[in-house]
Design a protein around this ligand. Structure first.
Ligand code: AVJ
Length: 323
């Protein structure tokens, strides 16, 4: 069974990109939100990142799921899995398999902004799990949680946000996001969260500034997206990738640093901006967590953080909270 709801049109995305770029390039310091990394090339580069020796989070989270998915399925006891920002689907399948073994699996609701990618991967899940009710939703889950298909007749659900996607948000928006998630869940529902943990800064920085330069290409790709979508003339070779550990905020920051004094035109916005040599523009934060702090945030959003698992090295966490 397969259905797809589209809550986000190409026009909505275009408007959001224009607004983000106009605001970000005229702000001081300049910034761009990470959600625009993921065009076709950016998504392929991210897949490459997940296999890099330095980028441990994907492997660590998968190791937890390989070890604990049955325990998770049993603890949750739910028949429906709602996944916000479902990536390549490898980790999703570990969860779906465990729910199937547990005998509860009935429904899968993957939610993502990238409609084509979502449709293709959700269709494959529907093919591979006969009888599973797959209801894909194209939407920006930071804004469209209220549009999730909530069937009153369906039993308890597990809402999953994996891959440390939550790390892209600063504390204020993150608290609002957790609160929004809590408000769409009902008693008996559970929230499964994957979050990367604070560790040696050298390892953290290496994970975001790899030897082969794949992350640097990924970072600069946001400029290609703006060139193509908004008729800008960024010369990507004139921007250098920088990754830094922000000790105080406990997040990794990615930045693009202008190598020279330069001016960039964005035709679609009728905007021209100057970059000074050495000027840095923030393109992403990737917050890292500690158990105590994360459980406090979950409790503040109205959750009861009931379970906590990590990989053997203690690099990454999965938590299961009850609503
Ligand atoms: C997909 C947001 C979890 O923060 O680790 C990887 C994105 N950026 N390398 C992360 C990312 C650079 C990733 N998230």
């Amino acid at each position: 069974m397969f259905r797809i709801d589209r809550n986000l049109t190409a026009d909505d995305l275009d408007k959001a990109l224009r607004r983000d770029v106009a605001e970000g390039l005229t702000a001081a310091p300049k910034r761009l939100p990470p959600k625009w990394f993921y065009d076709e090339r950016g998504s392929a580069l991210f897949e490459d990142i997940t296999g890099l020796p330095e980028y441990y989070p994907t492997r660590a989270e998968r190791a937890i799921l390989e070890e604990r998915s049955d325990e998770i399925a049993r603890a949750a006891g739910t028949g429906a899995l709602i996944e916000l920002g479902s990536g390549s689907g490898v980790k999703t399948r570990l969860l779906l398999d465990a729910m199937r073994r547990h005998g509860t699996l009935a429904r899968f609701v993957p939610v993502d902004v990238s409609g084509d990618f979502l449709a293709a991967s959700a269709r494959k899940v529907a093919d591979d799990y006969p009888g599973l009710d797959v209801h894909a939703v194209v939407g920006d889950f930071e804004h469209h949680l209220g549009l999730l298909p909530v069937r009153e007749d369906a039993g308890p659900r597990t809402l999953a946000v994996l891959g440390s996607t939550i790390g892209n948000q600063e504390p204020g928006p993150r608290a609002a996001f957790l609160g929004d998630i809590r408000s769409v869940l009902r008693p008996g529902d559970t929230f499964l969260l994957g979050a990367d943990l604070v560790k040696d800064p050298d390892r953290l920085v290496a994970a975001y500034d790899d030897e082969r330069g794949v992350t640097a290409e990924f970072d600069r790709n946001v400029l290609n997206v703006i060139n193509r979508e908004l008729g800008a003339d960024f010369d990507t070779a004139e921007f250098e990738h920088v990754a830094r550990w922000n000790e105080k905020e406990e997040w990794v920051e990615m930045r693009l640093r202008s190598r020279v004094d330069q001016r960039v035109r964005v035709d679609a916005l009728d905007l021209e901006v100057g970059f000074a040599a050495g000027e840095e523009m923030r393109t992403e934060i990737s917050a890292k967590f500690r158990r105590e702090g994360l459980e406090r945030e979950l409790a503040a959003a109205g959750f009861d953080p009931a379970h906590w698992w990590t990989d053997p090295d203690g690099d990454f966490s999965l938590s299961l909270s009850t609503a």
